[in-house]
Ligand binder design. Structure first.
Ligand code: HEM
Length: 511
């Protein structure tokens, strides 16, 4: 009798546990049944496919690549992370179905876990009405007529980079990520917040240190499943550093916004006005995106200071690592293909003559057509954002199978861009694929470095402009030789694509 009494609390606890877990268990069984015909690697009970992912980011990427090739005909496959099904999609037809549907705008658990503390509920992470209202408010700020106001900053920073690179010409090897990250940070800080950092010139800044440390912490967090729990992460050394750098990042942006608003107030009105019809910007000083956000707030006071901060933090994050990764990969590929580099140099000579100093103008940007093809081909082969996540907002037919609402998706651009039906010999770097005549008949959703549909990249035009200015300035003066072979490089799909072990090149000054 006593032993029954003693066991009673455990029996009750087990029953309560079962009742709590039952809905989740039932949902798992129903979803598993509905997805029974979806192809994918066979996993273990309870663990699913986790053990097949490998212990580090490189093995994770290799497993993904292996599965993509195995299921290429389907263009999608299913894995289980424990009890959670995740469908990976990498064919143009299903990409279109998903990205065109406005109901699929939830970015999923991991996005929120890693990025929300820094970016809050800004444009990247928000959804529904909040996202739609913000996107409508912010889209005009990315119109080309406004973006061209940033050309001066882009040119100045590109020249600073070029001067630095010229000084490195005798070095046998330069690791591109270190160099390019500082350049794109200088650019994004000045264009978004109107703040000159001087990172390229070696001026130390608490903010730059915090951005670098924060990015590294987010990557380390994604690698360790224990840190996926907020509770465990917050107690860890890494979690404490995270809190410290987050304070620096937020207090900096908060202060910058406050100072800029005060400056405007002291001047009596905002010295930046935008003509509604021509989108022409009139200003008495250098424009920053922040001025445009403050202008938006004047038109719509529901866009609060917190709202401005969320968007500034989002742009700082989204507009820095992505562009520098794209430049790194493009410079690497140019340095591997002397014939492509020669064609770029010929185009630069056609547009700039022998003038290696003059700033790149908006007319020049239109004329650099071959450089556009090179950028696109680089973003096809080595897309800076290799994957994005989504949770399905409604039941959706993917590859002929009805996938239930709530299922997590990985949209794998890295693998999409290697579809041999859309891009014959997909591993070959061939910028001519993107000449207009060679692009005919290609599916509109076969090439998505900036994603597509309503949640596409708002900063796409800015990013292309920045890269063209940097490359047109640099390649007029220097030549790049890449020191690693593509098939020997090991990539990892973190928040952006990274080459484990760096990207090493040698620069020489052009005669
Ligand atoms: C080569 C550089 C860039 C690449 C490859 C890139 C790529 C992308 C991709 C793939 C997305 C979709 C993310 C998702 O669906 O989860 C995205 C969204 C976004 N990007 Fe970019 N991006 C770049 C540069 C920039 C820049 C320079 C800015 C800002 C200055 C920016 C701001 C944003 C924002 C705010 C979003 C969220 C848009 C929304 O959901 O409405 N990006 N980007």
């Amino acid at each position: 009798m006593d032993s029954i009494k003693a066991a009673f609390p455990f029996v009750v606890a087990s029953l309560v546990g079962l009742i709590i877990c039952l809905p989740a268990l039932l949902r798992y069984l129903v979803v598993k049944y509905r997805l029974r015909n979806f192809k994918g690697p066979r996993g273990l009970p309870i663990l699913g496919n986790v053990l097949q992912f490998g212990a580090d980011n490189a093995s994770f990427m290799n497993s993904f690549l292996k599965w993509t090739e195995t299921y290429r005909e389907n263009g999608s496959f299913l894995v289980y992370i424990g009890f959670t099904p995740v469908v990976t999609v990498y064919n143009a037809i299903d990409m279109e179905v998903i990205l065109r549907n406005t109901k699929h705008d939830d970015k999923g658990y991991f996005y929120k876990l890693y990025m929300a503390p820094w970016m809050g509920d800004g444009l990247l992470l928000s959804k529904g009405t909040k996202w739609a209202t913000r996107r409508k408010l912010l889209t005009p700020s990315f119109h080309f007529s406004i973006l061209k106001n940033f050309l001066v900053v882009l040119n100045e920073q590109a020249q600073c980079l070029t001067d630095k690179v010229c000084e490195l010409k005798d070095k046998p090897s330069v690791n591109l990520p270190t160099l390019m990250s500082l350049c794109s940070l200088d650019i994004i800080c000045e264009t978004i917040m109107g703040k000159k950092l001087g990172a390229q010139k070696g001026e130390s800044s608490e903010y730059v240190e915090a951005v670098h440390r924060m990015t590294a912490i987010l990557i380390a967090r994604s690698r360790n499943p224990l840190y996926w729990s907020n509770f465990i992460f917050n107690q860890s050394r890494l979690g404490k550093d995270h809190a410290k750098y987050l304070r620096i990042l937020h207090s900096t942006t908060k202060q910058v916004i406050k100072d800029r608003k005060l400056e405007i107030q002291l001047q009596g009105n905002n010295d930046v006005t935008i003509d509604d019809k021509s989108r022409e910007v009139r200003k008495r000083r250098r424009l920053a995106f922040l001025d445009l956000l403050i202008e938006v707030q004047k038109q719509d006071p529901s866009f609060t200071d917190e709202g401005i901060q969320e968007e500034v933090d989002t742009f700082m994050f989204e507009g820095h690592d992505t562009v520098s990764t794209s430049l790194i990969m493009t410079m690497y590929l140019i340095g591997r293909h002397p014939e492509v580099q020669r064609k770029i140099q010929e185009e630069l000579e056609r547009v700039f003559g022998h003038d290696r100093e003059r700033f790149v103008t908006s007319d020049d940007l239109q004329e650099l057509e071959y450089l556009s093809c090179v950028l696109k081909e680089s973003q096809r082969l080595l897309p800076p954002v290799p994957f994005v996540g989504r949770d399905l907002g409604e039941d959706t037919n993917i590859g002929g199978i009805d996938v239930p609402k709530g299922t997590s998706l990985t949209l794998a651009f890295f693998m999409l861009h290697r579809d041999p039906k859309q891009f014959p010999e997909p591993e070959k770097f061939d910028p001519d694929r993107f000449l207009p005549a060679n692009s005919e008949g290609r599916h509109n959703f076969a090439f998505l470095p900036f994603s597509a549909g309503h949640r596409n990249c708002i900063g796409q035009k800015f990013a292309v402009m920045e890269q063209k200015v940097v490359l047109a300035t640099l390649l007029r003066k220097v030549e790049i030789k890449s020191l690693q072979k593509l098939d020997e490089m090991q990539f990892s799909g973190e928040l952006v694509l990274r080459s484990i072990g760096g990207v090493h090149v040698k620069f020489t000054q052009r005669p």
